[in-house]
Ligand binder design. Structure first.
Ligand code: MIG
Length: 810
């Protein structure tokens, strides 16, 4: 019975499946192992002690071009042991075992634990035109990441496809949506690993969907090309993945402030009124967006002169109020004789073409359009050059929409040619990288024209590595509680997948939010990396004051809180730029083996930076069940202390989003400002939360908007809390930037009966009846008090010198 079954399998596999076959020969060349089998060609390369690059194809492997990869192989020592049955490659941190008959690959820790292996029967298999790597699925194995994918935090039992798509008002389980990041992290037993499938064609992932045997990844076109990453911690896997695909250069501080968008604000007078209303109401704001109505007949690089007769006047008027202007840019260039972008694009031959070399034309907002081939360096340069039209009037932000690319009818023809930086290809390989390369052209072009200032780029579509050029938002979401919570997961999943700067349309793009929903959404939004409210055309206005007084007060409270947290947030973005750790971090990053983290009740919880844990909940629930992971936690508003590894129930009226501080945390804060670049009061508020474990925070400051930090004009300072040594040390400042803060107010939370010593003398502490979140503000409105439990805290104020400062306690 068994035998005949195997026989049938073999026969049918000859029909349409080609498996990896037996290893025939191999050749070692530096860190690259070239292998030939009976059915294909393979390459296994040591990129670093923790990263192995695997390639497979049925034809000889040529140099493989990638838009994702920027990290080059690091010189790494390894050993290779060849025996009859297998080849074993051992680096300092993992063992790669290539069995010969048949050719299968497995990865082990140095201690010999199995991390990941090819499914023994299937391994790498070509099924007709597509290639799939089948991997053994472990009992209880979980999967996180894969970028902007709907569904639960743990993707086990689900399958996904990467094919960038314009999906307005997408369903809660829609797939694919706008962007493609074929990178995931697998977690089983006490092990975790990352797999990045670097193939921009339509790819498919199966995490045990409709099968119990394997997880798999498939590319419809081209070779199998993947990176295997092993570290014992998820955060190190993210660091290695962003070593490979790059990190987000530090964004401008103003782009971390609150941003107001609408389809569409016009004319100029409406835009200026909007700005004035924010300022009159003292609701901080940094950016106003102009959507497609700012243009003349939706023609990119033009202005509608009735609505915006003097763009420079408007942009500088806003700038004087501390508000930057961001414009939408769509890729489609209207086919219209005499329109300069069309004429010069034609002349320079920068558009996507059919195989007969006529320009592809498809319809979108302006009517029939041609589309720049952003995968062609010359087209990218042309695109960048056009940005003088915007930078010359002072615009600093560029919102790249419709770059899946979207066209009416959504059937972008397959046969359109893409340059792919000289490698040549079609829509099949070009589509998923189109949006990323548009964002790249935008970023690089705008940067050249902004005299040393940091451009802000936002994109809807993208591919792995998009984080090098742009922030991303999750497209046309819906005004519902479920969509709000899905948005949290999308942002967190993007964070796991290398994209630290992500956000969603606060309030929901499609449909009208209730007051309650907007209130909840904006409070959660204050803790997302990219913080923008946006609303579709034909919907009710959606500004912080559009939902009644109480919601306005809640919105104001959380937007102001965002600005108070700016020193903490800016430092966190700086960390993201250095090592890829996202700003919003699913709890699965720090606690991958804790089952509760994946529980439907807790899966949306995340860390905002290293210190703050946010527990999002719907607008109809007024209390929340929260999981506090291992450690100790303080209620952010009341300082009430909770032991960790516990579920608790907390009150969560709309004005009180559950937020907790991890014990041992260091949180620098400032006074409220109306825009992020406005100088705060001269005292940095350094909150220290007592805990049993040592902790370190890297404080970072610079001018907030130029690239001078690249020349050392920045300030980095380690702040170390050490409960064993009973010391808080602020290390000497590094870098030449002079802090904007003259004083540091050190605020001690949860230090019971301690007396503090600075410079050898016992400091007299100031005790205050104090609102922990708002030490610097006195509000009159009842609502604010309702959210602030008055506690007694102790603090003292010291000059903010550049040298080391040590505070100890007894
Ligand atoms: O076809 O520019 O996702 O944010 O407001 C819709 C109008 C085009 C889609 C974007 C949305 C934007 C809208 N755009």
């Amino acid at each position: 019975m068994l035998l005949s079954y195997a026989f049938v399998l073999q026969v049918s596999s000859q029909d349409f499946n080609v498996s990896a076959g037996d290893l025939k020969s191999f050749k070692q060349n530096g860190q690259v192992l070239g292998i030939a089998s009976s059915t294909g060609f393979y390459q296994v390369e040591v990129i670093s002690p923790s990263i192995i690059h695997v390639r497979a194809d049925q034809q000889k492997l040529e140099e493989n071009f990638s838009y994702a990869i920027v990290g080059k192989a690091q010189k790494s020592s390894y050993t290779l042991v060849d025996s009859n049955s297998e080849i074993v490659i051992t680096t300092d941190s993992l063992k790669t075992v290539i069995s010969k008959k048949p050719l299968r690959i497995s990865f082990y820790t140095i201690a010999g634990e199995l991390i990941n292996r090819d499914e023994p029967a299937f391994g790498i298999t070509w099924t007709e035109h597509e290639v799939t790597n089948y991997k053994k699925i472990f009992d209880g194995e979980r999967f996180i990441g894969l970028g902007e994918k709907t569904g639960p935090l743990d993707r086990r039992g689900n399958g996904y496809t990467n094919w960038n798509s314009d999906t307005p008002g997408y369903a809660l389980d829609a797939d694919p949506i706008y962007s493609s990041i074929p990178f995931y992290i697998g977690i089983h037993d006490s092990l975790c690993y990352g797999i990045f499938l670097d193939n921009s064609s339509k790819t498919h992932f199966n995490f045990g969907a409709s099968n119990t045997r394997f997880s798999s990844f498939t590319a419809e076109v081209g070779e199998l090309d993947y990176y295997f990453i092993y570290h014992s911690k998820v955060e190190d896997i993210i660091e290695s993945y962003t070593f490979l695909t790059g990190r987000t250069p530090l964004p401008s501080k103003w782009s971390m402030g609150f941003q107001q968008c609408r389809w569409s604000y016009y004319p100029e007078s409406e835009v200026m009124d909007l700005a004035r209303t924010f300022r009159e109401k003292e609701i901080p704001l940094d950016v106003i967006y102009l959507d497609i109505h700012f243009m003349d007949s939706y023609k990119i690089f033009t202005w509608n002169s009735d609505r915006f007769p003097d763009p420079a006047r408007m942009v500088s008027g806003l700038r004087k109020m501390g508000i930057r202007t961001t414009l939408i840019v769509d890729p489609g260039i209207k086919v219209e004789a005499g329109y300069p972008a069309y004429e010069s694009g034609l002349k320079q031959s920068i558009f996507l073409k059919y195989p007969d070399n006529t320009n592809y034309a498809g319809s979108v907002w302006p009517g029939l359009c041609h589309f720049p081939d952003f995968t062609n360096p010359a087209s990218r340069k042309w695109w960048g050059d056009q940005f003088s039209a915007y930078t010359s009037v002072g615009v600093e932000g560029f919102w790249n929409d419709m770059n899946e690319p979207a066209t009416w009818g959504q059937r972008f023809p397959s046969l359109v040619k893409f340059d792919l930086d000289g490698n040549g290809g079609s829509t099949l390989e070009g589509r998923n990288v189109y949006g990323m390369q548009m964002a790249r052209a935008t970023y690089e072009g705008a940067k050249l024209k902004m005299s040393g200032h940091r451009p802000f780029v936002l994109t809807r579509a993208g591919y792995a590595g998009l984080q090098r050029y742009t922030a991303i938002w999750t497209g046309d979401n819906v005004a519902s509680d479920d969509h709000m919570l899905l948005g949290v997961r999308l942002v967190n999943s993007l964070g796991v997948s290398g994209v630290g700067n992500a956000g969603m349309d606060i309030g929901g793009f499609v449909g009208n939010a209730s007051s309650e929903l907007f209130a909840r959404w904006i409070s959660i939004g204050a803790f997302t990396p990219f913080f923008r409210s946006h609303k579709s055309i034909n919907m009710k206005a959606s500004e912080p004051w559009s939902y009644g007084e109480e919601t306005e007060a809640i919105a104001k409270y959380y937007i102001r809180l965002r600005y108070k947290l700016m020193p903490y947030l800016y430092s966190t973005f700086s960390e993201n730029a250095l090592n890829g750790m996202p700003v919003a971090r699913t709890l699965a990053i720090e606690h991958p083996f804790e089952a509760k983290v994946y529980d439907g009740a807790f899966q949306n919880q995340f860390m905002f930076g290293d210190a703050l844990m946010v527990a999002p909940l719907s607008s109809t629930a007024m209390s929340a069940k929260v999981f506090l992971p291992h450690g100790e936690w303080f209620d952010f508003y009341s300082d009430q202390k909770f032991p960790g590894n516990k579920e608790i129930v907390v009150d969560a009226p709309l004005y009180r989003l559950p937020v907790f501080v991890k014990a041992g945390s260091i949180i620098p804060m400032q006074s409220v400002v109306q825009s992020a670049m406005e100088a705060p009061a001269d005292t940095l508020m350094l909150h220290i939360y007592y805990g049993n474990e040592k902790n370190e925070f890297t404080y970072y400051e610079d001018d907030g908007e130029t690239f001078d930090y690249e020349k050392g004009n920045s300030l980095t300072r380690s702040i170390i809390f050490d409960p064993l040594a009973k010391e808080l040390i602020m290390k000497e400042c590094e870098g030449s930037y002079a802090s904007i803060f003259k004083y540091v107010k050190v605020i001690f939370h949860g230090f019971e009966n301690a007396s503090f010593i600075l410079d050898g003398t016992v400091r007299s502490l100031l005790t205050t009846s104090y609102h922990p979140v708002f030490p610097d503000d006195i509000y009159r409105q009842e609502l604010y008090y309702a959210n602030q439990d008055v506690i007694n805290a102790v603090y003292f104020v010291i000059p903010n010198g550049r040298g080391e400062m040590k505070i100890s306690w007894k």
